[in-house]
Design a binder for this molecule. Structure first.
Ligand SMILES: Cc1cc2nc3c(=O)[nH]c(=O)nc-3n(C[C@H](O)[C@H](O)[C@H](O)COP(=O)(O)OP(=O)(O)OC[C@H]3O[C@@H](n4cnc5c(N)ncnc54)[C@H](O)[C@@H]3O)c2cc1C
Length: 421
């Protein structure tokens, strides 16, 4: 997403763009694929966005895919407590004053207004604070709001998650009222929404995309990147050429010695189940928050029900069948199916889904590198945001803007802004 976002902005500005991607398809951690055992297209993992993810919304508008997101007309988050069967809807109100926390029909059941006040501490949290340092680690609100929010946004439990990364999530969405926190998911799939239209845009703007093109080394001379070494070829960079390196942190530190980057990562596990009939959730919402089970979220798309386990350290090494059986129980309870009748399933383990978003692991570099024509992008760059689609897109836009400022497009000159995406 970071590489695509950068390439799109540069192509739009008139740069000549070549995009190198190590894999045979684009999308990275945000992609769809045909699954032979389910006999349909599934996503590598469920992705939830919010309408306040403004750079992502701009990206979708640019590539002509803003109608590819689905979600309710007003902000509404359905939850089910699997232990008690209690269901509720969290419904933030319009406008910046959050009076929904005064209204027992809109806020988390079992909570009172005063429970929300410690949340204000997040606004002032220092760099070393975790989410639980600010909001505590007990009580109904923690279990039903802070912990699910931290795990969803930071892919890290609240106990370890960096408070300062949760702050912008709240500031750019919940604190702006319901219009900025409407949940959004890809209507038909991640690739249909974020990737295929982007490749179409790049093609129409004359950009070249090379798949199976893994960058092995960056040759440097005189404080500049001078050549890009791929397994099959070496690209010599000309005077006006610049590079945006939009790879995950481990790949970036291999390519750029001495680069500071987050070292620890956190897994996410998804399980997809093929149902005999399209699954319907209450209120026609395509997702449901789960409390007290193994999975934290359930998503439905046609005949596929998918669960997400974020911060999945306790599960990622388990056999897939055990994960499927365990999480199917959550799905069966939510959708009223037989918990013993496990349908066809596919478990996808993303071991390095995001960097661990703890105060100790926030060595995030800026956009500019030590080389004059090398820029960095990716969800781990210091955007101030957590590792999300919005963070990745914003990092790509930041890198493209920096490149364009330093090296304005040269009309008719071959090979400008490049970079693995
Ligand atoms: C299962 C899962 C669930 C998620 N859920 C959400 C969610 O609900 N909401 C949300 O907003 N975000 C979510 N995320 C996070 C989001 O997907 C990522 O933050 C985002 O996709 C990262 O994009 P990126 O461009 O920074 O990195 P990547 O997607 O990792 O892209 C890097 C690209 O570089 C390529 N590459 C690597 N090395 C090289 C090389 N040497 N040469 C050439 N190419 C190379 C890779 O193949 C890849 O295509 C989730 C992630 C996962 C895995």
């Amino acid at each position: 997403m970071a590489g695509l976002a950068a390439a799109i902005l540069l192509a739009r500005q008139g740069h000549a763009v070549t995009l190198h991607e190590a894999a045979g398809t684009a999308g990275g951690r945000c992609r769809s694929f045909v699954d032979s055992s389910l006999d349909c297209v599934i996503d590598n993992g469920n992705h939830l966005l919010l309408s306040g993810n403004r750079e992502t919304m701009r990206y979708l508008e640019t590539i002509g895919a803003d109608d590819m997101l689905a979600g309710p007309a007003s902000a509404c988050f359905p939850f089910l407590d699997l232990r008690t069967g209690q269901r509720w809807l969290l419904r933030p109100n319009a406008g910046r004053l959050p009076w929904w926390i005064l209204d027992s029909r809109r806020r988390v059941p079992g909570t009172v207004f005063a429970d929300y006040l410690p949340g204000l501490r997040l606004a002032l949290a220092g760099n070393n604070r975790t989410v639980t340092d600010c909001v505590g680690n007990g009580g109904v609100l923690f279990e039903r709001f802070w912990e699910p929010l931290a795990v969803a946004a930071l892919n890290t439990p609240a106990e370890f998650g960096a408070a300062r990364l949760l702050r912008p999530v709240l500031g750019e969405t919940f604190a702006r009222g319901e219009a900025a926190c409407r949940p959004r998911i890809a209507r038909t799939g991640l690739s249909d929404t974020f990737v295929t239209p982007a490749l179409g845009f790049l093609d129409r703007h004359g950009a070249v995309v090379r798949f199976n093109s893994r960058l092995r080394a960056i040759g440097r001379a005189h404080g500049r990147a001078e050549r890009l070494e791929f397994g099959h070829e070496t690209v010599m960079l000309e005077e006006n050429d610049s590079v945006i390196l939009a790879v995950p942190p481990a790949a970036a530190t291999n390519l750029v010695p001495g680069l500071d980057a987050p070292e620890e990562s956190q897994p996410i596990v998804n399980a997809h189940f093929r149902l005999p009939e399209p699954a319907g959730l209450p209120d026609e919402l395509p997702f449901l928050g789960l409390i007290g089970g193994t999975a934290q979220w359930l998503f439905t798309r046609g005949t596929v029900a998918s669960i997400t386990i974020s911060a999945a350290n306790a599960h990622v090494d388990e056999p897939v069948e055990r994960i499927a059986r365990q999480t199917w129980r959550d799905v069966a309870a939510a959708l009223d199916h037989d918990p013993d009748a496990l349908p066809q399933y596919r478990v996808v383990k993303e071991r390095r889904a995001t960097f661990a978003q703890t105060p100790q692991n926030l060595k995030r570099p800026g956009t500019r590198s030590r080389l004059a024509n090398l820029y960095l992008a990716g969800d781990w760059i210091d955007t101030g945001l957590p590792a999300t689609i919005e963070g990745a897109v914003r990092s790509g836009v930041m890198a493209a803007r920096a490149l364009s400022t330093d090296h304005p497009p040269v009309q008719g000159n071959g090979h400008a802004g490049t970079g693995p995406a």
